[in-house]
Design a protein around this ligand. Structure first.
Ligand code: SF4
Ligand code: SF4
Length: 443
């Protein structure tokens, strides 16, 4: 089948061979687990437990703090030890709940109660997704129940599963494709029941032929569900790129996928939907790829959310030698961290540790080669945006459509002068958005 794709993008080194053949292993931690309240886009969750409370697996530790927010669920049984700010991966502090794990993993009442989604009303399905605390697990962290609550009158004709996993090194979704494709198809059927007449499409990059084969086989007999092979290219998994490749429709920063008739969910998220709706299991664990040339045994590990990353790395055999750089997420869009005493969040897809950091090169002057322009999937002018961003000229930045930047990092990747283009552009974009929000509050 002809593989679909989008304009622009890059072909970064894969790095996936380190962990792609490592079957998912389960790790159950023993010590304290930390549940951050800001694991999603939107308002932080509001703790609903107090120090000294006994909590069980599947019990809510925090309620959504607003419409765009998500519940936080305990992944262990034990005693609440603290409700206090804790350090996040970006160095900021956020409210958190710390649970002293008793190692019993005792479930709360109703945990694991099976249901037939075909007998549930759409609002019951969306409520189950909300109660389960499900958010986009590919990295974005957008609350899934909000994504599913489309405006009345909006016609959704495509539910697209993002199976691109285009970031180098990350293989957690690939392993799920091989090991749990039926559950993802069940998740797709549940979502399709919310949007009568819609088609379900799994978009999977064609560098994963075994993943495609497994999902095609799991879809057999499902007339409304198909697999669309996508060309291996970064950032193929970006929401705008995926919608464009699958439907030919375009969206921009002022639009939602629903404005183009689409709902887009990540592969692991679809499995979380099936677990929550059909099997009564809220989002309490996820698969994390632990990889990079510094890691002794690159692995895909399923862990309770809140597990300390140091423990996770130890379970993967520890480091061969001190890594020069550690990134949460992939090398293109991930965030570098300076320490590992941090919890696994709902969006922690990968812990990547390098001995050799190829990006650690001093930036030089621009040689006007134009490569950044040609590669930008949003057809922006990265060097001009960076120049405006660096002098704080936000008016020019906006005129040059800087808000359309998706932060993919392609411009930085191709720049022969190693200029930190996407980093400057993302900072300027965040500044402009924050100023707009402040101005809206004042009105
Ligand atoms: S300007 Fe933004 S969207 Fe364009 S390549 Fe750079 S990071 Fe990606
Ligand atoms: S890719 Fe780098 S060197 Fe080339 S035009 Fe863009 S900023 Fe300048």
């Amino acid at each position: 089948m002809f593989a679909k794709t989008f304009r622009g993008g890059v072909h970064p080194k894969g790095g996936k061979s380190l962990s792609r053949d490592a079957a998912i292993k389960e790790y159950l931690p023993e010590g304290e687990l930390v549940f951050l309240m800001n694991q999603h886009i939107g308002a932080p969750a509001a703790p609903c437990v107090a120090v000294g409370d006994r909590v069980l697996v599947g019990q809510k530790l925090a309620e959504p703090g607003g419409f765009v927010s998500a519940a936080i669920i305990s992944s262990v049984s034990g005693t609440v030890k603290a409700v206090a700010p804790h350090e996040c991966q970006n160095g900021d502090f956020a409210m958190s709940v710390t649970v002293e794990n008793d190692g019993l993993y005792e479930p709360c009442e109703g945990y694991g109660r099976e249901r037939d989604y075909r007998e549930m009303k759409p609002e019951e399905i969306i409520a189950a997704v909300k109660d389960a605390g499900i958010v986009g697990m590919g990295g974005a962290g957008f609350p899934t129940h909000v994504k599913l609550s489309v405006k009345p009158g909006t016609v959704i004709d495509h539910v697209i599963c993002n199976g691109a996993e285009c970031e180098p090194y990350i293989t957690c979704d690939y392993r799920l494709m091989l090991e749990r494709p039926e559950k993802a198809v069940l998740g797709m059927k549940i979502l399709l029941s919310l949007f009568p007449g819609a088609k379900g499409v799994f978009g999977i990059e064609n560098n994963k032929p075994l993943g495609i084969k497994a999902v095609v086989s799991a879809c057999a007999g499902e007339a409304d569900i198909s697999v669309v092979p996508l060309k291996k290219k970064y950032p193929q998994g970006g929401e705008r790129m995926l919608i464009s490749a699958v439907t030919g429709r375009k969206i921009n920063s002022k639009m939602l996928p629903a404005d183009a008739g689409c709902v887009v969910v990540n592969f692991a998220t679809l499995i979380a939907v099936a677990d929550a709706v059909a099997f009564g299991k809220p989002l309490t664990k996820r698969v994390v790829t632990v990889t990079g040339d510094a890691v002794n045994t690159p692995s895909n590990i399923e862990v309770p959310i809140g597990t300390n990353v140091q423990e996770l790395v130890k379970f993967a055999g520890g480091f061969k030698e001190d890594p020069r750089k550690i990134v949460f997420g992939g090398p293109m869009m991930g965030a570098a961290v300076y320490q590992l005493d941090l919890p696994v969040n709902k969006t922690t897809s990968c812990v990547l540790a390098y001995i050799h950091d190829e990006a650690d090169i001093e930036p030089q002057d621009c040689i006007r080669c134009g490569k950044c322009l040609n590669t930008c999937p949003e057809r922006l002018m990265p060097i001009k945006l960076k120049n405006a961003a660096d002098v704080g000229d936000y008016e020019t930045f906006e005129k040059l459509h800087g808000l359309e930047c998706i932060g993919c990092g392609c411009c930085t990747y191709v720049c022969p002068a190693k200029r930190r283009l996407s980093q400057s552009i993302t900072m300027a974009k965040n500044h402009v958005i924050a100023e707009k929000k402040k101005a809206a509050v004042k009105k």
